[in-house]
Design a protein around this ligand. Structure first.
Ligand SMILES: *Cc1c(COP(=O)(O)O)cnc(C)c1O
Length: 400
């Protein structure tokens, strides 16, 4: 294992990296499967997975091989030329979903930005003037201006001048609130299949039904942001299958590139048929190395046997969390689905994250009071047991 003698990592980071993220004083030097190792050789069970990116853990052999093979051919061509890494990957994505075409980009926010543009352009091409996007309070769709306007967190909007107009927000799972604002002027309803950042909140079945019904009644599009919940994380390839939502546009990112920057917009054939060359574009989007790696990940995480395992691991983790909730009064309820799980707490989440890391377990927060667990999707039962033991030890050390 690589040993680093650098003890000033955090200070050096602070000296040169823009101060947007509060980082802990830890120096990871290697990842293997569900584990990360720091410069002192300490082992951490990684239940963050690079924020739901490393779906198959670190250094999955087939992923590493696909990346290396493609690097040996060409790394970048631009979208001026067709290429098989993109085509083969698109074929796979379309074969496991109900969509007609794929557009590849580089990140989640770009996928959402693109989906918003394509929804508006779709109506424009039909001579229909609708541009209004109905999104949800507490949602997270990204940091670029239109995705930020869709993001239902006013605290993140301030100080950036006028954001793109035409965005409305209603409360998560507020069926009546949604019905009040959606009409024949609505261009799209935009929502996550499970609200990750906002607090690991499931979509209610009534809400999914309402979205589908409004889609039918008013002909508005449905954009489902599956950037965190898609790619097998909920125990189905898309969260859509779990929620019953019928999307016209689905956005993917995070896990889709096996750790390389990649995003995708899946669209119905009907939408693709109404768009023209030049309507949207990208230089780096659909990087061949990322697509080659993405094909490997997708082959694994779309396999029904693998997805059944994800559901079993989810049940194991939830059963363990239930016992911990009974044992510790500062824990509230289980949130989420599949391997995107959360536990509410009355203790400061950031303190729990630090304590867990001391125990050798990496976890993350969501919303203001939720511990978020994002294990790799190929996590083993033994690793789930280990994580639960580490959580137990963590909680036992929380000051009263
Ligand atoms: C992470 C995330 C995004 C933004 O993705 P980036 O790649 O960081 O731009 C958008 N939507 C959801 C639901 C996410 O979890």
């Amino acid at each position: 294992m690589v040993q680093s003698l650098n003890r000033n990592l955090l200070a050096e980071d602070k000296a040169v990296i823009a101060p947007f993220c509060c980082k802990p004083d830890v120096s990871f030097v290697e990842g293997k499967g569900s584990y990360l190792f720091d410069a002192d050789g300490k082992k951490y069970l990684d239940f963050v997975s690079g924020i739901a990116v490393n779906a198959l853990g670190h250094q999955h052999p087939a992923v590493v091989k696909a990346m290396q093979d493609q690097i040996g051919k060409f790394v970048h061509l631009s979208n001026l030329y067709p290429n098989y890494p993109q085509i083969d990957f698109a074929k796979k994505l379309l074969s496991v979903t109900h969509f007609g075409k794929v557009f590849f980009c580089n990140s989640g926010t770009e996928a959402n930005e693109g989906a918003i543009k394509l929804a508006r352009k779709y109506f424009d091409r039909k001579g229909d003037e609708r541009t209004q996007i109905v999104a949800f309070n507490g949602s997270f769709h990204g940091r670029t201006l239109a995705s930020l306007a869709a993001t239902g967190q006013p605290a993140l909007w301030h100080g950036f001048g006028e954001l793109p107009r035409g965005f409305l927000h209603v409360d998560w799972n507020d069926v009546e609130g949604l019905k009040k604002v959606v009409n024949a002027k609505t261009c799209a309803i935009m929502l996550e299949s499970l609200a990750g950042e906002g607090g690991v909140m499931r979509l209610s079945p009534e809400m999914a039904e309402t979205v589908n019904a409004l889609h039918k009644e008013f002909g508005c599009l449905v954009i489902v942001d599956e950037i965190q919940a898609g790619m097998g994380r909920l125990g189905t390839f898309l969260g859509e299958e779990r929620t019953g939502l019928k999307a016209d546009l689905v956005t993917l990112a995070k896990a889709i590139g096996a750790g390389l920057p990649l995003g995708a917009i899946l669209m119905t054939q009907e939408i693709a048929d109404n768009l023209k060359p030049g309507d949207h574009g990208t230089t780096f989007g659909g990087n061949p190395v990322a697509c080659a790696a993405g094909l490997v990940v997708t082959n694994v995480v779309s396999d029904p046997k693998f997805l059944a395992e994800v559901q079993t691991r989810s049940e194991e983790l939830q059963a363990g969390l239930k016992s911990l909730i009974q044992k510790y009064s500062f824990l509230g309820e289980i949130r989420g689905d599949g391997l995107l799980l959360g536990v509410t707490t009355t203790k400061p989440v950031s303190d729990l994250v630090v304590l867990a890391r001391k125990e050798g377990l990496l976890i993350h927060r969501a919303g203001t009071n939720v511990i978020r667990l994002l294990p790799p999707l190929n996590v083993t039962s033994a690793e789930i047991v280990e994580a639960l033991e580490k959580l137990d030890r963590t909680f036992s050390k929380v000051p009263a």
